[in-house]
Design a protein around this ligand. Structure first.
Ligand code: PMP
Length: 300
């Protein structure tokens, strides 16, 4: 099993910096029993100037707050204090490149009443690209994304991730790298922990919000398309349309931008190296590292 901490690792909990190995949680917590918790996944990078920077920290903490509001978990912290605590966790652990995991969880309560107080944990560990560097073979999942009428789908809530575990596990058992989930109407939604994009005839497409977690990486990729004059459209599409794509990719904080090789065994039309996905993958890397990126140079 991967070790997320050692005897020296420090985490932040409710205003204090403590050793991870000596920190405990209550086994009667509502979060543990009912999946009633909210979390974030953030990355810090050692940027071109040598400075360690948390990528889009404000956007992530805004989403953490919004996720809590949506499912009625009290959120009493400011972005400023959370961002400061996150940099301090990186510093105390001597980390330059890290995956950061804030988690808001609730105290003991075995009823189904909304929480009246909550705790916050911020921990970090060194983590390579979550889905690896190579192109992924994905399959259409037999699991749909949770019904947006049955849940606050835009809340990054712990309980929702059982759906992601089921889809990911199914794909692995069938020999694929990852699954791709559809929405209730049969349109493509997203991966278990990443958003999906495709390229067709020089234009880029991604599903609109509705049945997806509107990712911060997704927003960055859309921004990069605008900056690089790559036409981009948010629209619903089917698996059949996606199978005719020239290229496709997943994106998320943990995965970054990762190319897809095939869907249900059918390869995408273009070599990845010639795709707009590759351009955006490089532009994303440059953005998080605060490096200049010239598209012309990339294509030359
Ligand atoms: N969809 C799901 C279901 C996710 O878990 C994630 C990862 N947070 C994403 C999309 C991508 O979101 P982001 O780019 O904000 O990490």
């Amino acid at each position: 099993m991967y070790s997320y901490y050692n005897d020296n690792t420090i985490l932040y909990i409710d205003g204090e910096y403590r050793k991870a190995a000596e920190s405990t949680t209550d086994l009667y917590g509502q979060s543990l029993h009912y999946g009633y918790a909210v979390f974030e996944g953030i990355r810090a990078y050692k940027t071109a100037s040598g400075e360690v920077k948390i990528f889009k920290a404000k956007e992530h903490y805004d989403r953490l707050r919004r996720s809590c509001e949506l499912i009625h978990i009290p959120f009493k912290w400011t972005n400023e204090e959370l961002i400061e605590a996150t940099y301090k966790v990186l510093e105390l652990n001597n980390m330059e490149e890290a995956y950061i995991r804030p988690l808001v969880f609730c105290p003991p309560n075995m009823t189904l009443k909304a929480a009246s107080e909550a705790h916050i944990l911020i921990c970090a560990w060194e983590w390579g690209a979550y889905l690896g560097e190579k192109l992924l073979k994905i399959m259409t999942s037999s699991y749909e994304r949770p019904n947006p009428k049955a849940f606050k789908i835009e809340s990054k809530s712990a309980g929702l991730y059982v759906n992601s575990i089921l889809a990911s596990q199914e794909a692995k058992e069938k020999g694929y790298d990852e699954g791709l989930l559809l929405d209730q109407q049969g349109f493509v939604a997203e991966g278990p922990g990443a958003n999906v994009f495709f390229e067709k005839d020089g234009k880029v497409y991604t599903p609109p919000p509705g049945s997806i977690l509107p990712g911060i990486t997704r927003a960055t990729v859309i921004e990069l398309c605008h900056e690089l004059n790559i036409p981009i459209e948010e629209k619903l599409f089917t698996i059949d349309e996606l199978k005719k794509a020239d290229a496709a990719w997943f994106c998320g904080t943990a995965a970054e931008v990762v190319g897809l090789e095939s869907l249900d065994g059918q390869p995408f039309g273009k070599p990845w190296a010639q795709s707009l996905g590759k351009v955006l993958q490089q532009a994303y890397k440059a953005r998080v590292l605060e490096k200049e990126f010239e598209r012309a140079e990339q294509l030359a």
